[in-house]
Write a protein that binds this ligand. Structure first.
Ligand code: HEM
Length: 451
């Protein structure tokens, strides 16, 4: 049965938000998790761009399309807050991470953090990453059933220890920190959202303690000695007017940044690998581009020459947005595209399904990297039509880092390996949390004859 979210204020010309709430707390959650794109389409056809329903235990207003995304993410009258919305999912494990801060306080932290993402810093991260990529890829064992997702996840996790932490760890300590980190990320998607020993939430809280202890232990040396890693950069970051992070800030931001960087680049690389396996002509085109560079390891300036990799990366981010939805809590009555949205509502910008809207993308289910070619630039149709990195004050601070890491790794993979899937293979994408292939994306991996 249709019901409105809340009646608009008397005398206003705002419209009420329509929707089908469904069973309280549960609503349409299962259907949306199973098929977010199909459900979004149905909702749009029935109610238009702004509609509400129960989702994951909350009264949630889903706002579809780039115009609504812009209104929420640009957040002109500061009606939408990140902290209370994201905390519901990841608060206890990523406490006071920058994405969970709002308004003045967020801006203050963001200005300091920006110093850790300058071009000079990115160059240094790229150099720090190089040996780890070579070592990681050389250890891959060609054959049938090579699980791309699992291997890329391990690689990016190992790189995170080098580039983010910059601390020498023996294998046991590396595994302990990696394990804690994985538990903290998993906890965010726990069904049982209170600590029961053995279950995700409990493990997540324990993991947070392990990570805090680890970073506090290494912090004095980082403050003293500096280095080319993110941990050192956050310790040293200072704005022109002399603001720096406290020890507590550094620890909170490190734990959050690890999470923000790791799963997202893993998903991006896996989605690219999937499409390059399905479309071997694209794999060959990118390999030619990589071989034409004639360097095993690109320099920062070389990244611009990877125009094919860039288009495939953009198209992969369009087809599978690694952060599928951006939640916000409405902190004062507001309106979106002329609909009245009262304080207390959770608003969700569904980036994954936005990227599949036929109103904005011709033939949206088709893998077509050329749509990002200079001649076509289909993303130009609206500033927020393609927004896998979000927008506004919280726009991903690591987007250039992500591009650098993804392109550097793929360049190395293309030089060393070829990979394929059977012609009829379609990956089973799990969208119940951050997207990932249920089967790990098994491919046939062969060593490339070329150097
Ligand atoms: C392809 C890879 C990536 C994607 C798709 C991605 C996506 C996003 C998105 C959508 C947001 C905004 C969330 C919101 O508005 O609620 C975000 C924020 C953020 N990302 Fe990324 N990200 C990626 C890689 C990275 C990397 C590599 C880093 C760090 C090195 C990073 C660090 C962050 C941080 C710190 C924030 C919070 C910024 C703030 O609140 O001011 N991300 N990311």
């Amino acid at each position: 049965m249709t019901g409105v979210l809340a009646p608009p204020p008397q005398g206003s010309d705002l419209k009420p938000v329509p929707g089908v709430p469904g069973i309280p707390y549960i609503g349409n959650t299962l259907a949306v998790m199973r098929d977010p794109i199909g459900q979004a389409r149905k909702r749009y056809d029935a109610y238009g761009p702004v509609a509400w329903g129960w989702l994951l235990g909350q009264r949630t207003c889903t706002v579809q399309g780039p115009e609504a995304a812009e209104a929420v993410l640009v957040n002109r009258d500061k009606a939408f807050a990140n902290g209370p919305a994201w905390s519901y999912f990841i608060g206890p494990f990523f406490n006071r991470g920058i994405m969970l801060l709002d308004f003045e306080e967020h801006l203050h932290h963001r200005r300091i953090m920006q110093q850790a993402f300058t071009k000079a810093r990115l160059r240094a991260y790229m150099d720090a990453m190089a040996p780890g990529i070579v070592k990681g890829l050389d250890a891959w064992e060609p054959g049938q059933g090579f699980k791309v997702y699992d291997h890329v996840k391990q690689l990016t996790l190992d790189l995170a220890v080098d580039v983010f932490m910059g601390v020498e760890l023996d294998r046991a300590e590396r595994d302990r920190v990696n394990g804690a980190f994985i538990d903290a990320v998993r906890a965010g998607t726990a069904y049982v959202r209170f600590p029961v020993p053995g279950l995700r939430w409990h493990k997540g809280l324990r993991a947070r303690k392990v990570l805090e202890e680890f970073f506090y232990r290494h912090l004095p040396a980082k403050r003293r000695d500096g280095g080319d890693d993110l941990f050192a950069a956050l310790c040293q970051a200072e704005t022109d007017d002399g603001h720096r992070f406290t020890d507590e800030d550094v620890v909170n931001h490190m734990i959050f940044a690890l999470m923000a960087a790791h799963d997202t680049t893993t998903i991006t690389l896996t989605t690219m690998a999937y499409h390059l396996a399905k479309y071997p002509e694209w794999q060959e085109r990118l390999r030619d581009e990589s071989l034409a560079l004639a360097k095993p390891q690109p320099d920062y300036e070389d990244l611009d020459a990877f125009t094919g990799i860039d288009m495939v990366m953009k198209e992969s981010l369009r087809m599978v947005a690694p952060v599928p939805a951006l939640p916000r809590k409405v902190v004062k009555d507001t309106s979106i595209l002329g609909y009245h949205v009262p304080a207390g509502t959770v608003v969700v910008v569904p980036m994954l399904s936005n990227h599949h809207m036929a109103q904005w993308w011709p033939d949206p289910e088709r893998f077509d990297p050329e749509r990002f070619s200079p001649e076509r630039r289909e993303d130009k149709v609206h500033k927020y039509a393609w927004a896998p990195f979000g927008g506004g004050a919280h726009k991903c601070i690591g987007l250039h880092f992500a591009g650098m890491q993804v392109k550097t790794i793929l360049h190395q993979v293309l030089q060393r390996y070829r990979w394929s899937v059977p012609a009829r293979y379609e990956w089973p994408l799990d969208t119940t949390s951050l997207p990932s292939p249920k089967d790990g994306l098994p491919v046939r991996l062969d060593r490339s004859e070329q150097p």
